[in-house]
Design a protein around this ligand. Structure first.
Ligand code: AMP
Ligand code: ZN
Length: 431
């Protein structure tokens, strides 16, 4: 087994020993801003109280609203002239969240990103094309820095302009891409429409992340682009990509526990869930100096995977993200996550590359309508076949989400697409 970084070979005892030292330093460092200094004083906790990783439980949670309340620079823990970059979270409503990095913060982020890519099989001989948006979004510059650190020839293509992407892939013999999964399906459609044979392209690996996606979607990306696709998880509050990543086993994402302390809690009680149960991911930075964040409630839902990974790394694995606590919607009294729907739809061969969940109401009567793109070859089928398909999909969905949705089959490429994170739910209900 090849490793990029010594920390990948650490056993649990070494990981935990490093966590204690780093957590203590982080508490010390975070206490340099008024927000955390007050929090620690209220909780009567100091750096010296941290003796085991479990002592993190003495520290209060940090929420998105806390970060918003400190926008733009309330959480700075170094003099301002030590900051060399800021990034911001993609939330579209309300006050944004800004994260500021020192030179060392950026260096350790690039190291984590390079380590993640190496773990997925990327080597310096690869040509890497970053098909995600640059700018404030961390999937641009964050992954870019990792690829350069690894030594890949790096093409900052950015998102969109799909025909140009394909030209770049061919002209520069791109072997590895980073792409948001919903945009990967748009790329797949364009390849198909242009009669391109994906197996004739030089691509071999896709790093996909930044939004929830089902394993069925991953499989589609792999088949349509002729690649092996690895799940990349991260969030701006914890730098961005490079927090947790799949290894070549493709069975869960290793969290880099030398850089992040990971907990999973019941979102209602704040207590730890039982081992292996689904809960809200809570993360703390262990190496960040510019803006350390402790016990951040991500709202992302996942579980720890049991046992050791065959790759040999002892960094614990989390399951793919099942959704976000704020993604959930309630229809006819039933709680539903978009991923439950995606899992059913993307598993069907007749279905094309896009779908949209529409919530509507007429007075007190609520409806869930699912618009599903159907592949060209099925659209020419007769009415009866289409109706049969519609019913089949509705029945499968009903058994998954427990309410009967209206299913509307639509033509390929008729639903809105996005180069950034996809919007899967359109809530038209009058409140
Ligand atoms: P942002 O900081 O704006 O890039 O958004 C981060 C959020 O994107 C995370 O909290 C997750 O909800 C989502 N996200 C990022 N990567 C993944 C992934 N691999 N799978 C599912 N959701 C993801
Ligand atoms: Zn592994």
């Amino acid at each position: 087994m090849e490793f990029f970084d010594r920390a990948e070979t650490w056993d649990r005892a070494v990981i935990e020993a490093a966590q204690v030292v780093r957590l203590r330093n982080t508490v010390e460092q975070a206490g340099r801003c008024a927000f955390y200094a007050e929090r620690f004083a209220e909780a009567k906790v100091t750096a010296a109280d941290i003796r085991t990783p479990d002592d993190i439980r003495r520290i209060p949670f940090t929420t998105k609203d806390d970060l918003r309340s400190q926008y733009p620079e309330g959480l700075l823990c170094v003099p301002r002239d030590e900051i060399v970059r800021m990034h911001s979270s993609s939330g579209t409503t309300g006050t944004p969240v800004a994260i500021c990095h020192t030179r060392n913060d950026l260096n350790s982020w690039a190291d984590l990103m390079a380590r993640s890519m190496y773990m997925a099989g990327v080597r310096r001989s690869d040509v890497f094309q970053n098909m995600s948006g640059y700018g404030l979004f961390t999937g641009g510059l964050g992954i870019h820095a990792g690829a350069e650190r690894l030594g890949c020839m790096t093409i900052p293509a950015g998102a969109g302009n799909t025909l140009r992407q394909i030209k770049l892939v061919k002209d520069f013999r791109t072997t590895v891409i980073h792409i948001i999964p919903s945009y990967a399906l748009v790329l797949a459609n364009t390849l198909r429409e242009n009669g391109e044979d994906p197996s004739a392209l030089p691509l071999r690996i896709a790093l996909i992340g930044a939004e929830p996606h089902s394993k069925e979607t991953r499989q589609r990306v792999e088949e349509a682009l002729g690649v092996t696709a690895y799940n990349s998880f991260g969030l701006s509050e914890m730098n961005g990509p490079g927090v947790a990543f799949e290894c070549q086993e493709q069975n869960g994402l290793h969290v880099w526990e030398d850089a992040y302390l990971v907990e999973i809690i019941d979102p209602d009680t704040g207590e730890y869930v039982a081992e292996g149960e689904l809960g809200e991911l809570v993360l703390s930075t262990l190496c960040r100096v510019g803006m350390p964040i402790l016990r951040y409630r991500t709202r992302d839902l996942t579980r720890f995977l049991p046992g050791n990974c065959a790759c040999g790394r002892m960094h614990r694995r989390i399951d793919r993200i099942q959704g976000r606590t704020d993604d959930m919607f309630i229809i006819k009294g039933v709680n539903i996550y978009p991923m439950q729907i995606e899992h059913v739809i993307m598993g069907r061969p007749e279905v094309g590359q896009n779908y949209l969940i529409v919530l509507e109401n007429e007075g007190p009567k609520e409806d869930i309508k699912i618009k599903v793109e159907i592949r060209d070859e099925y659209f020419v089928e007769d009415m009866r076949a289409l109706q049969g398909l519609q019913q089949k999909i509705a029945r499968r969905l009903q058994s998954e989400i427990l309410v009967t949705p209206k299913v509307e089959l639509v033509q390929p490429n008729s639903l809105p697409t996005s180069e950034g994170k996809a919007t899967r739910v359109l809530d038209l209900r009058e409140k």
